[in-house]
Design a protein around this ligand. Structure first.
Ligand code: FAD
Length: 482
């Protein structure tokens, strides 16, 4: 049997991270590019396995790996927990996979600046558990895969998720970042760019450079450490749930509640999902709005709930009681993902909007489009039920996720291909006709976001990329910058 030759950088990388943290074994390389299965079309030539995988243990090692890669013009792809739906952790041209998961320490819980410093490979779950021991929280509790997703991935994708309505996306929670630039230099953002600062804050000291790396899909640098703002864990939580006979009425209620900024988290279910979740609801029910409020003062929570109950009633809502709301909100991500993914796979679309009002019309438009373009796919398996589902987070930066299910199995390549085509068309239709935006950008989403950009904006990003990454080695193929 012919023995595979070592990768030319194997020894150099082993000298940096130690032989136990580098491998070029085929099995290990292929194993890193697993995902949830919807990142890239089947038979796609867009991605493939890395040639070599490295697991750095420190910022200094990341810096040395990047310097070696620059010197040798070797492509590098950064990966966290590899759950990003855009598939950005998958290399487009082999090279080095920089797997950050060994850098998983919670470094400091700083109650003076009220931030937690953590390494980028730390999972949300680990960070939150350590904070909980001190009665603290980041407020925003990470994206759907929060138990296993790494905070670095959340920053690179600017993930949204649990408690986004009150605390925003990952980006809003960031106080400072430590980043290794593609050339190997290490920088810290915000007050920490002051070499003498002993407190951590996002702004001051010039431009907000954390923003370059938040949502940047890892193309501008490797996040090695992050500081997130922290708060006391609220002691009290209340839920409220209302059924509506029209999507518009539910959206109006959502909009008015969010103007008050009381809601910590919430979800709006539409269509068949409601019937599955609340069989006892009035048969005319089209939308279910479930929201939660929390605070450390019980009186404040109760008042917030009372005010929002009044709003829902004024908008024609029917009170369904707190239990159903608790079920929906607490299982928000479980529900969403079960509905949208475990039936085969979903083509989801996220419609970020800057104002709640901009939601009007879009929810219906998306549902109608899905029903018209994927009628044969949009069925819950083994039933006659149309599976068009839509859920909206009650958020100032509202997100509408329209999932129309493509019930394809991984081995049915033809159907899978068809689902991708519909998904792609849907994305283009949304950015063109609805003026919507693209989320979960990796290899998936790049084409659509580039098509949507003003050319001058794209050129500006390209200039930035060339400045920080002269050999264009980091996260090639993403955002159309290489
Ligand atoms: C079932 C399911 C449901 C999901 N629901 C949600 C959801 O509700 N909301 C949501 O926002 N996301 C959701 N996601 C997507 C995903 O879980 C999150 O976006 C998560 O933040 C990705 O983290 P990760 O560690 O897996 O990143 P990865 O997938 O490993 O990486 C994602 C991107 O970030 C880059 N990257 C990773 N680490 C770094 C770093 N240290 N420095 C620079 N770049 C880096 C990678 O190159 C890649 O481009 C879901 C995923 C699944 C599987």
């Amino acid at each position: 049997m012919k023995v595979k030759e070592r990768h030319p950088l194997y020894q150099g990388l082993a000298n940096i991270v130690g032989a136990g943290h580098v491998t070029d074994d085929d099995f290990a390389c292929w194993a890193t590019i697993g995902g949830i299965g919807i990142e890239v079309p089947p038979e796609s030539q867009l991605v493939g396995p890395p040639d070599i995988v490295v697991r750095p243990q420190s910022t200094e090692q990341v810096s040395r790996v990047m310097k070696l890669a620059q010197r040798t013009s070797t492509p590098v792809t950064v990966a966290g927990a590899k759950s990003g739906i855009g598939g950005g952790h998958m290399p487009s041209e082999g090279g080095i996979l920089l797997d950050m998961l060994d850098m998983d320490k919670v470094l400091d819980i700083d109650e003076d600046s009220m931030v937690v410093w953590t390494q980028a490979g730390c999972t949300w779950s680990k960070m939150l558990t350590e904070l909980e021991r001190k009665g603290l929280t980041t407020g925003f509790l990470g994206p759907c895969g929060n138990l296993s997703a790494a905070v670095g991935g959340g920053i690179a994708l600017n993930s949204f998720g649990v408690n986004t309505p009150k605390y925003g996306h990952t980006g809003e929670c960031v106080a400072s970042l430590e980043v290794v630039l593609p050339t190997g230099e290490v920088i810290r953002t915000g007050t920490r760019s002051n070499q003498n600062a002993n407190f951590t804050y996002r702004y001051l000291q010039g431009p907000d450079m954390a923003g370059l790396f938040i949502g940047g899909s890892g193309v501008f640098g490797v996040v090695t450490e992050a500081a997130f703002r922290i708060y006391d864990i609220p002691k009290y939580i209340e839920f409220t749930g209302f059924a509506f006979k029209s999507i518009e009425a539910a959206l109006e209620a959502m909009y008015r509640m969010q103007r008050r900024r009381y809601v910590i988290d919430g979800m709006m279910l539409v269509g068949e999902t409601v019937k599955m979740m609340v069989p006892q609801a009035d048969p005319e029910t089209i939308a279910l709005l479930a929201v939660a409020f929390d605070d450390n003062d019980e009186r404040i929570v109760k008042i917030q709930k009372e005010v929002c109950d009044e709003i829902a009633l004024q908008c024609g809502g029917q009170d369904c009681g707190p239990e159903i709301a608790q079920l929906v909100v607490s299982n928000k991500w479980g529900l969403a993902t079960t509905m949208s993914m475990s039936y085969g796979n979903a083509m989801e679309c996220v419609v970020p909007t800057s104002t709640m009002n901009a939601l009007r019309g879009r929810v219906k438009a998306c549902l109608e489009h899905a029903a018209a373009h994927a009628p044969d796919l949009a069925r819950v398996p083994h039933t006659d039920m149309p599976s068009n589902q839509c859920f909206a987070l009650v958020s100032q930066q509202a997100m509408v996720l329209v999932g129309y299910l493509g019930n394809f199995t991984p081995w049915d390549k033809k159907l899978r291909q068809k689902c991708y085509q519909i998904d792609r068309d849907f994305q283009y239709w949304r950015i063109k006709e609805l003026g919507d935006c693209v989320y979960w950008i990796g290899h998936r989403g790049t084409e659509a976001v580039v098509a949507s950009w003003h050319p001058a904006y794209h050129e500006f990003l390209k200039k930035l990329k060339r400045t920080v990454d002269p050999n264009l080695i980091l996260n090639r193929g993403i955002l159309g910058l290489t």
